[in-house]
Structure formats: C-alpha cells, structure tokens
Design a binder for this molecule. Structure first.
Ligand SMILES: *Cc1c(COP(=O)(O)O)cnc(C)c1O
Length: 379
C-alpha cells in the first residue's frame, strides 16, 4: 500500500519554530514588528518598490489595491474570467464593476487583444493575473493602459521571483499583490502583501491598512500623535506569522531550486507523451523567467480530464483542476459585465489539470507521478 501523494504539502524550513518562539517571547506579536521588518527587507531587495505592506492575505491586498484607486460607483475594471474569486470580489467590494474578458490559450492570461474593445468611458483599470507566474504580454498590456489612461494592477499571487523581458512581475503594475497562502511557493499559512510601485499612493495605503489612522507616520516620528484621518480597516499580518514568512524568504533560492527540479522532470519526461496524446503541456516563452509555481496540462476534453484525474487517483496521486469561470457564476452574473466570448476560459476551466508540485517531493514520488501520467492513453 503506497501513500497518496498530495496535490500540495506545506513546507517549513528548519528554524521556523525557533523564529516563531523569538516572535512570541519578544513582546511584539502584533503587526509591523521586528519580524515584519525582517520579511519586508527581503521583499524590498527583490522588488525595489516604493513600499511593501504585509497583509493577512493576498485577498486583503487585492481589496486594498482596488480601494486605493477610489473608484466612483459603477467604475469598471477589466479582469479575466479565469482567475480566483478574490480578484473580482475586490472590485465588487469597492463598488466597481468587474468586466470579464477571455484569456489566450498559450499562457491562460488575459488576452490583451480583447482589452481595448472592452474599454468604456467608465473603465479605470485592468487587472493582469500572472497565471502560473508567466505573463509575456504584460508589457504590451502596460502600454495599452498607459495610452488609454488606465491603471494596470497585478495579481501576482503565483509569480514571486518571475520576470518577463528582464522586468520583474509584481513591479510593472501601479499596485501588485502577492500571496503567502500555504498553497503558494513562499507561505505562512495565510498571508500576503501589497507591492506599491507608485510613491504617491504609499501614505494612503498605510492609512487604509492602519484603521484609517496615520499611525505609521507616528511610529516613524513624522507626526507627534496619530488620529483618524480617513477610512480604513486593519490589514496587518501578525508578527508571529511574519516570523514564519521571514524564514521562508531566507530559503527562497533553495525552495525555488527544489520546485524547479520537479518542474523540469515533468517537462522532460512528459513532453513526448503529451505530444502523442494531443495534450497541451505548459510552456514557458523565451522572454519569461518562471517561478515554478505550477505544472499544468490541458487535456483534449472535459471527459478525458475527468478520466485522467480518476486514473491518477487510482494510483494514489492527487491532481487538481483549477478555476471555474467567474463571468457565468452566480455572483459574476449579478455583479459583472461580459465583454468578449469566453472560448479559452471555458477550455481552461474544463480541460486544465495541475500535477502535484511542492517543496520536499522525493525522486520516488516524482517518478511515480511521471509513470502514472504516461500510462494514461487518450484515444
Ligand atoms: C491564491 C490566490 C489568491 C488569494 O490568495 P490568499 O492569500 O489566499 O488570499 C488570489 N489570486 C490568485 C491568482 C491566487 O492564486
């Protein structure tokens, strides 16, 4: 009897427990303490952003990003239908309308060719979800946004460490978000951050995150008391979780190297199988440096994907499909507008499947998965 290989398994580098102990005994367990500074200084070195604010999740960071644009009621934000609910929820919670557009079939990212036709005089921003951390068209999207006077936002939950044409993902949009959920490469259970790439938004972002007060300026000695200055909420990550995060970030290169090894084995050992079975295998364009967040296949039909997942389950392997279309969901129908056909969204929703990919997989486990996949025949 073999043990089931999970789709994801959280990883905690050695020293994590000790670091949490340090945080617990330091007397500062709330947000923005020494462990937060430690994590942020590593993130700062990666991003060279105007500012990085740790949040309780990427979902919270997405809410902050949209709120910081101060959308007038009914403002429109263009977003792919193929994304996590949080991206669209953030738009709705801020009183704006998600305008759904299709993805393109190579990278499963927003199809920039459909964006211009979706723009109206109410459009204020475009959300780029860097799916699997591979977004070769994001610079084109940025050009479109600049030309049309729109803000580019990045949901970079998958893309920590990735780049395209030498530009780091998460540093291209005016605001970007990262996730440190247990399913992401770098994780602290629940956590995220807002990457602020426009200096002029930094003060408003701090106020929004600190209960509507100028407390962050107070702690820096820039004002002698802090008061309620605007609307806000409490979007800080507790320092105990920032301790977990800071260890992960220190192990970033090692974690990425482990994931790379798994990804490259899948890629090299499944390529001919995919080709002869009419299966699309995930590709990385030459101009992209990828984060090894995910390895996916696109099966020829929904029925074959269902069979494929069952075939792997029989062999004690958990594979997972991904997003269901947002534009046709109950909430999407209620809150959103549809601005293109959705052929590729429907295809990804029905046919895409992700293989297990996590830090700490053994050669034996990787070999079992490769053999199980290769024993599945499409016709
Ligand atoms: C994981 C994920 C989120 C949500 O992240 P949380 O940290 O769990 O809130 C948002 N968007 C995308 C694309 C994600 O993959």
């Amino acid at each position: 009897m073999t043990e089931t290989i999970p789709f994801n398994k959280p990883f905690h580098p050695p020293g994590t427990g000790d670091r949490v102990e340090v945080a617990l005994s330091s007397g500062h367990t709330a947000g923005d303490g020494p462990q937060t500074h430690r994590a942020v200084s590593i993130l700062n070195a990666m991003f060279e952003a105007a500012g990085i604010l740790l949040t309780p999740s990427c979902t919270h960071a997405l809410e902050m990003a949209v709120r910081l644009l101060n959308p007038a009621p009914g403002s429109e934000i263009i977003v792919p239908s193929y994304t996590f609910t949080s991206t669209a929820n953030a738009i709705v919670l801020a009183g704006a309308v998600p305008v759904f557009v299709d993805i393109e079939p190579e990278t499963q990212n927003l199809d920039f060719r459909l964006v211009e036709a979706a723009i109206t005089d109410r459009t204020i921003a475009v959300f780029c979800i860097n799916y699997a951390g591979i977004a070769p068209d994001i610079l084109t999207l940025k050009e479109i946004c600049d030309r049309r006077g729109l803000v580019l936002l990045e949901d970079n939950a998958h893309g920590l460490g990735a780049s395209t044409r030498g530009r780091r993902l998460g540093s291209i949009g005016r605001l970007a978000t990262q996730s440190f959920h247990e399913t992401k490469n770098i994780q602290c259970g629940e956590g995220g951050c807002l990457v602020v790439n426009d200096e002029s938004l930094m003060e408003a972002a701090e106020i929004l995150r600190e209960k509507g007060t100028n407390r962050s300026r107070f702690f820096r000695g820039q004002v002698d008391k802090y008061t309620w200055v605007s609307e806000g909420s409490s979007w800080l990550l507790a320092d105990t979780l920032a301790a977990v995060l800071s260890v992960q970030l220190e192990y970033f290169d090692a974690i990425q190297a482990e994931r790379k090894r798994v990804w490259e084995t899948y890629r090299s050992d499944l390529q001919d199988w995919a080709h002869s079975n009419d299966v699309q295998i995930m590709t990385v364009p030459l101009e992209s440096v990828q984060p090894y967040h995910m390895f996916y296949l696109v099966m020829p039909t929904l029925v074959l994907r269902t069979d494929f997942i069952a075939h792997l389950r029989q062999r004690e392997i958990s594979a997972a499909f991904h997003y269901q279309p947002l534009h046709s969901s109950n909430a999407g129908l209620r809150f959103g507008r549809v601005a293109s056909d959705m052929i590729n969204t429907l295809r990804a929703a029905d046919q895409l499947v992700r293989l297990p990919l996590w830090t700490g997989m053994t050669d034996d486990q990787i070999g079992r998965i490769v053999a199980a996949v290769r024993s599945f025949k499409v016709s």
